[in-house]
Write a protein that binds this ligand. Structure first.
Ligand code: PEP
Ligand code: MG
Length: 328
């Protein structure tokens, strides 16, 4: 099987009935994946910037951040690279910025923390922009968005940083491009604000890990309730389907970057829902491409219609797995 998977390295991710998907990688989890962007991917769909912050003893300086981001952006300058702003809090602590809370996943994390500390946010955005001088591949993504006003405030800060860095670039005779700005869809509240968000962002990216956790009210790291945490729960599938339909109507480019996008069953269902961009861990990329090349859009849509009538995540799995087995 592994030989068959590798034999298609250079082929595109296209279904048997000619539906093309773009496959991106999630980076930042290890130094190795930070420094080698998989040449088989269409780019980086999610760079978790908090990981380099977590590996240090103090906040990295603007220069340190800019140097790291520059290395990343220049590695494949012609492929899109989506950097997510700092998403600490929740399960991701910084050793030098302790936060003690009873409910960290409902607390001060992601954009909530960085908007309360605009100096941290501005330094990071300035570093990203400085790193992108002369390049056009940077996109900036905001985590844990709950309200439209958070996006407006973040965009105001990004514009401020942009004008500062642009001035520095012009002095050097270089050009700074305004990056695309998008939001993570991972707090269920945003499902009901998609038209409003669509007016002020360039793209959406579904964080299926947190969306599952928050829709089902199940801590994604609590082993006592781990069997309740399930992205194949009918409510999660229905939410993902709704998001895909709205994004299409609103004409906002959309990616899925949670773990589901790297799982065979997830790939089939997400493709059937209309998602065409998936971002996954590096080690899943070739497997996912292989799945895509062996399924059909038409059959997957029929499978999805059936799956959406089921009440039990295990029945969904069984149904999807039998389709995958049939597909080879
Ligand atoms: C997610 O929530 O699905 C996601 C991709 O972000 P993280 O896993 O870093 O919270
Ligand atoms: Mg998340």
């Amino acid at each position: 099987l592994s030989e068959r998977i590798h034999a298609q390295d250079d082929l595109p991710a296209v279904t048997k009935d000619n539906c093309k998907l773009s496959l991106f990688v999630n980076a930042g989890l290890s130094l190795e994946s930070e420094n080698n962007i998989n040449p088989d991917s269409d780019g980086v769909g999610l760079f978790r910037t908090e990981i380099p912050f977590m590996m240090r003893q103090r906040f990295p300086t603007e220069q340190e951040q800019a140097d790291l981001y520059r290395d990343l952006l220049t590695a494949e300058p012609n492929k899109p690279f989506t950097m997510r702003t700092l998403d600490v809090g929740g399960d991701k602590p910084l050793p030098y910025f302790p936060i003690t809370e009873e409910n960290p996943f409902l607390g001060w994390r992601g954009i909530r923390l960085t908007l309360d500390h605009p100096e941290i946010f501005l330094v990071q955005i300035r570093a990203m922009l400085t790193a992108s001088i002369g390049l056009e591949n940077l996109s900036i993504m905001l985590p844990m968005i709950t309200s439209v006003s958070e996006v407006s405030e973040a965009k105001r800060l990004i514009r401020q940083a942009f004008y500062e860095v642009e001035e520095e670039a012009l002095i050097l005779g270089q050009r700074l491009y305004m990056p695309k700005i998008g939001v993570m869809l991972e707090v269920p509240a945003v499902i009901y604000q998609l038209p409003q968000l669509a007016k002020i962002v360039d793209f959406f990216s579904v964080g299926s890990n947190d969306l599952t956790q928050y829709l089902l009210a199940v801590d994604r790291n609590n082993s006592r309730v781990s069997d309740l945490y399930d992205s194949y729960h009918p409510a999660v599938l229905s939410a993902l389907h709704t998001i895909a339909k709205h994004a299409e109507i609103l004409q906002v480019p959309i990616t899925v970057c949670g773990e589901l996008a790297g799982e065979p069953g997830g790939v089939v269902l997400l493709m059937a829902m209309g998602y065409r961009k998936l971002s996954m861990n590096n080690h899943n990329l070739l497997k996912v491409k292989w799945i895509v090349r062996n399924i059909s859009r038409n059959e997957s849509e029929q499978l999805l219609a059936k799956v959406l009538t089921l009440n039990n995540p295990q029945d969904v799995r069984d149904e999807v797995n039998s389709y995958l087995e049939l597909s080879g």
